[in-house]
Write a protein that binds this ligand. Structure first.
Ligand SMILES: [Zn+2]
Length: 231
């Protein structure tokens, strides 16, 4: 049976947010999952909340379901310091109090894999400038191969045949200097990390939440964290 503990990051501040630490009975790798970096991406933080209720057999799973609480409460992409996912320059200090606290949590838990759950708007490589349905890996480890495998699994299991444009793809590895939290994990810590982007284009909230949750489950399994129960 897994044990579950929670603590609050930035307790007593407007950015206070819950961190859930799930320990499997057996030792194993450590994974970290975040949702709600963008406050208007409901399917991302709902999926992360679901993940925070899972049991695992081995390893440690740390989930921060609602990373940017101010933005979530406002229902906006941006929080108090602009777009939180542009405040993590590789090789430099994160650029806000919240960004620094999230980064300190990553350093404290020292994950072997990091997954950041988002909601996108359009279709990747079809509608210019849009990133939905894609799994973007870092260049570290086997992340690109795992991103391709999990995209294929989602297309097989979840995406209906009559929605070919909605097939997930593995995006290109993130560029070296991109100031995204997942990219900073990849660049500064040489750790496989992923951004999962599920689109709101023609997909309802429950469907894209379900697909995002399945992406997280499959990526975790490929990194040695098997879900054994939970809602
Ligand atoms: Zn986002």
């Amino acid at each position: 049976m897994a044990t579950r503990e929670t603590y609050t990051l930035l307790d007593g501040t407007k950015h206070a947010t819950e961190v859930v630490v799930i320990e499997g009975a057996q030792s194993g790798p450590t994974a970290m999952v975040t949702g709600g970096i963008h406050g208007d991406e409901i399917s991302g933080y709902r999926a992360a909340e679901t993940v925070s209720g899972w049991d695992i057999a081995q390893g440690t799973l740390i989930v921060i379901p609602r990373a940017n609480t101010v933005a979530i409460e406002r229902g906006t992409r941006e929080g108090t310091s602009g777009d939180l996912n542009r405040l993590f320059p590789p090789g430099k200090k994160p650029n806000s109090e919240l960004a620094q606290a999230l980064w300190e949590a990553i350093e404290r838990h020292d994950p072997d894999v990091y997954i950041d759950l988002h909601r996108s708007l359009g279709i990747y490589n079809v509608q210019p400038g849009y990133v939905g349905q894609a799994i973007f890996p870092t260049a570290a480890g086997d992340a690109l191969e795992h991103a391709r495998d999990v995209a294929a699994l989602l297309n097989e299991e979840k995406v209906p045949w009559y929605m070919p444009l909605h097939k997930y793809r593995a995006g290109d590895p993130m560029p070296e200097s991109g100031p995204l939290i997942a990219n900073k994990v990849g660049q500064d810590r040489d750790t496989p990390a992923y951004i999962v982007e599920s689109t709101s284009f023609l997909l309802d909230l429950d469907t894209r939440t379900d697909w995002t949750t399945r992406a997280a489950e499959a990526l975790l399994a490929r990194h040695g964290i098997e879900r054994t129960g939970g809602n």
